[in-house]
Design a protein around this ligand. Sequence first.
Ligand code: SF4
Ligand code: SF4
Length: 135
Amino acid sequence: MVRRKLVLSFPENIVTSPITYKLVKEFNLEFNILRAEITPDMEGKMLIELRGDKALIDDAIKYLTDTGVSVQEAAKDIIISKNKCIDCGICTSICITQALTLDSSSFKLKFNKDKCILCELCLDCCPVSAIKVHI
Ligand code: SF4
Ligand code: SF4
C-alpha cells in the first residue's frame, strides 16, 4: 500500500460530477479530502490523500486526467520568507482560499497554512520572490 498526496483541479463543467466516488468504487482506493474549495469562477480545487495499490493509484490518476481533472503532486509546503516579504499584498489577491491575507491593523502579511491547498498560484506573483515551495 502506498500514499500519494495530490492537488486536483476540476474545471467548471465537471465540478459537480461524482468523480472521487469512482476512486473508491472502481479503483479500490481509500482517500481523505484534506481541503476543498470552489473558486469564484467555479473551478474546484481539492487537496486529497490517496492510499492503495501503486498501480491502481496510477490508473486512477490516468482516469482523472482523461476526465479533464488536472492532477499535481502535493508533497510540498509553501514557505514565505519573512526577511524578503515587503507586505505589498499582491499575493493576497491571487490566493483563492484566502490563506494569504493582510492583517487589518498591522498591514503585515499573514499566512494560514491550514487554508493553503498548494495550488502554487502565488509563486510567480511576488515582486521580491519571497514565496517558495519546499519539496
Ligand atoms: S499555494 Fe499560494 S495561492 Fe495557493 S492556496 Fe496556498 S498560499 Fe494560496
Ligand atoms: S507578494 Fe511577496 S512581498 Fe508581497 S505580500 Fe506577498 S509574499 Fe510579501
